[in-house]
Design a protein around this ligand. Structure first.
Ligand code: ADP
Ligand code: MG
Length: 488
């Protein structure tokens, strides 16, 4: 394996969240939820005699992405016809961009944790990002094919990287960071399961003695970043075997079978696709003045890297905590709402990353669905403050959070109704300590004989007697003092 390394370039398609389609005023609808063919018009159906008009909002959304990815925005860009026949493409050609894309020559810096657990950062070059229109959708049922044109003509941004990605881990880090940027910019919601964001890896492998790239394949239909990762792992292994056995890799398009968790070969490519690109005669060349670029740049929001630095520098979070909170915009929004409700930054970050994420994981709630749980930011802030102020110990607070998760109740109400306030009163704790010591003389003797690990068992007895509500620091301290007194 170590003689071989993966070479990966990603092609990303992102539908843009505009109100209307790329080349007409036809509304854009959720193409999974909406009834088929309810958002169509003569332009998106490609009826003869119709003419396209460029959607300015789509140009500006695409420009925002280009600027966030440090791309050049050339002064001129141009649409082009990409001709091919498929039933989901009513005109017989797709309006795309070819030799004059809207954005080119950018980069994205990613932070990666390798398979071996080493952390490093890396720059992935962006070759280009261009605008096009999405196609319709085919559904195959009982030997028939149904076509829905709601998606036909939806503005689509295609982003193409250089083949700078060298592992599934790097591809995953790139995918997550790019998705975060699209969400932060508000141009795409990042929902890969609905296909509004799609990531297609081009994969080859390189032997350490190679001077040039080898033949590559392309994987389509990946509906999550996790599957991008899995597909790259599987395809890298498959290709290395094919080279080792002498069979060799043939140019192919593959898909991912979610049920079987394996790759399927969809078709081999004998020759390069011939799309007969030519400039779209129905649309003008788009001139992009420097003033226009600067006015769009001025609308860029705080992006993930900037937010992460601010969380580190202004709030004192660790690099890792800040990164985890910023990787999904809904998580960063949730965290900031918790702070706005009065919680202290560090404990709030801690409780989200450990306790809340663990509840979400067990329930199968994705990170970007954090806003849909029953635990509101205000209630979460109240919980953090109850711990921080000494009213609850950590163990009880975890129980309270579980109840908040189930019922959406205010933690203050749970604490009041169940009498969960932490016991910090020294004389109450002292009484319990003395009872526990009297009832466990043999254990105490073992501790005094040097068996320090039994101390934890004595703490446990005290906590049990205090119904889990004892202040751990005070219990520890008073227990230690009492035992030392006995030892003298
Ligand atoms: P095409 O024009 O056929 O679509 P490109 O050369 O434009 O091919 O590349 C498409 C994608 O494939 C890019 O993301 C690029 O980085 C990637 N790519 C190109 N060559 C290789 C290779 N040998 N192995 C893996 N990825 C590659
Ligand atoms: Mg393409």
């Amino acid at each position: 394996m170590s003689d071989w390394k993966p070479i990966i370039g990603l092609e990303i398609h992102a539908e843009l969240l505009t109100a209307s389609k790329m080349f007409s005023a036809c509304p854009v609808v959720d193409s999974v939820e909406a009834a088929p063919n309810t958002a169509v018009d003569p332009v998106s159906l490609g009826l003869p005699g119709t003419l396209p008009v460029i959607n300015q909002q789509a140009l500006e959304f695409a420009m925002k992405v280009g600027l966030a990815l440090h791309c050049d925005i050339p002064p001129l860009n141009q649409f082009a016809r990409k001709s091919y026949f498929y039933p989901d493409l009513p005109k017989g050609y797709q309006i795309s961009q070819y030799d004059r894309p809207l954005c080119k020559n950018g980069y994205l810096d990613i932070e990666v944790t390798s398979e071996k657990g080493e952390a490093y950062s890396k720059r992935i070059r962006i070759r280009r990002a261009h605008l096009e229109e999405d196609t319709g959708k085919l559904t195959h049922v009982n030997g028939a094919s149904l076509v829905d044109y709601n998606r036909a003509g939806v503005p689509l941004l295609e982003i193409v990287t250089e083949p700078d990605i060298n592992s599934a881990e790097e591809a995953e880090a790139f995918g997550r960071k790019l998705r975060a940027i699209l969400q932060y910019l508000g141009v795409n919601n990042g929902d890969m399961s609905k296909g509004v964001l799609r990531m297609e890896p081009n994969i080859s492998v390189m032997h350490r003695d190679d001077a040039e790239f080898r033949e590559r394949t392309e994987v389509k239909n990946l509906n999550s970043i996790r599957n991008v990762y899995r597909a790259i792992k599987a395809e890298t292994e498959r290709q290395i075997k094919l080279w080792q056995t002498g069979e060799g890799v043939k140019r192919a398009t593959l898909g991912w079978d979610e049920g079987k968790q394996k790759l399927v070969i969809q078709r081999y490519k004998e020759s390069a696709d011939e799309y007969r690109y030519f400039p779209e005669p129905d649309l003008p060349i788009v001139e992009v003045s420097r003033e226009w670029v600067e006015s769009v740049r001025a609308t860029l929001p705080e992006l993930p890297d900037a937010k992460r630095s601010r969380f580190e520098e202004a709030l004192g979070l660790s690099h890792y905590d800040a990164m985890v909170l910023c990787l999904d915009k809904p998580v960063a929004d949730y965290y900031e709402a918790v702070l706005a409700a009065g919680a202290k930054p560090k404990p709030a970050a801690n409780w989200i990353i450990t306790a809340l994420f663990s509840l979400m994981n067990s329930a199968g709630v994705e990170r970007d669905q954090i806003g849909s749980t029953q635990v509101s930011p205000a209630h979460f802030a109240a919980l953090v403050t109850l711990v921080d102020g000494g009213t609850l110990n950590k163990g009880t607070a975890t129980d309270v959070l579980n109840k908040m998760w189930e019922s959406g109740t205010d933690p203050n109400q749970i604490v009041a109704a169940e009498g969960l306030v932490q016991v910090s009163d020294s004389s109450a704790i002292e009484g319990v300590v003395n009872e526990v010591l009297a009832a466990n003389e043999a254990v105490v003797q073992r501790y005094l004989n040097g068996e320090e690990k039994v101390f934890g068992a004595l703490v446990g007895q005290c906590m049990k007697a205090l119904k889990g509500k004892g202040n751990p620091a005070i219990v520890n301290e008073l227990l230690k003092q009492a035992i030392e007194r006995q030892g003298k």
